[in-house]
Design a protein around this ligand. Structure first.
Ligand code: SAM
Length: 194
């Protein structure tokens, strides 16, 4: 019997569908590298993956995970180009100069590390706005939000408010959320229509 998918798996399913037809991708919050690894598994040859995080440790964890799965950096780069960027996703447009098919945001803090280093409402919004400009037609911005931690509530509210106001001719916005559990993580997907 099929169960309801947890939010991360739900986001992965949509991301995989989008990457089937090719295109570049961005992991806006590397963390422990699970989303980067997932996207690499679904990206076509010669596609670029841009990986952002403000913590060196997160990028190292991500690099390690990718190398463990795919082999050396050289082997990986022969197929897909990976860019590790130790900077905030609010600087997206300074580092990504081509259109992309998918941008993943998995907000909050790095699990197993300093929980006071979290994504912040204003920079998250700035990055999502830049992401919308960089997105190809039919591309997807995937955002997983965590209202349960300190500061997460404010961020979740701000992002929710922002996406609700996006023009529906230009963007489709969906919400995937467990309704009967307070402050449970939730998913917002933004698809660029034209
Ligand atoms: N995607 C990750 C994975 O698959 O394991 C999980 C990401 S974790 C929940 C959130 C990450 O966002 C943390 O590693 C944190 O350092 C990072 N972060 C916080 N502020 C950021 C910013 N302004 N730009 C990029 N990353 C940021």
């Amino acid at each position: 019997m099929r169960k309801l998918l947890p939010v991360i798996q739900f986001s992965h399913q949509l991301v995989a569908t989008k990457l089937q037809s090719g295109g570049h991708a961005v992991d806006a919050t590397a963390g422990n590298g699970n989303d980067s690894l997932f996207m690499l598994n679904h990206m076509k040859k010669n596609a670029h993956l841009y990986i952002f995080d403000i913590q060196e440790q997160a990028l190292n964890n991500t690099k390690e995970k990718i190398i463990h799965k795919f082999g050396t950096q050289e082997i990986i780069n022969a197929n897909r180009k990976i860019h590790f960027l130790c900077t905030g996703h609010e600087n997206l447009k300074r580092h990504v100069h081509s259109k992309v098919k998918v941008i993943m945001f998995n907000l909050g803090y790095l699990p197993g590390s300093d929980v006071s280093i979290i994504t912040k409402p204003n920079t998250t919004l700035e990055a999502i706005e830049s992401g919308l400009e960089l997105l190809e037609t039919s591309g997807l911005i995937s955002v997983v939000l965590y209202p349960g931690h300190d500061g997460g509530d404010k961020e979740a509210n701000l992002v929710s408010e922002y996406v609700t106001k996006l023009n529906s001719y230009d963007y489709g916005v969906i919400l995937y959320k467990q309704m009967n559990k307070e402050k449970s993580p939730f998913f917002i997907g933004i698809e660029k229509k034209r």
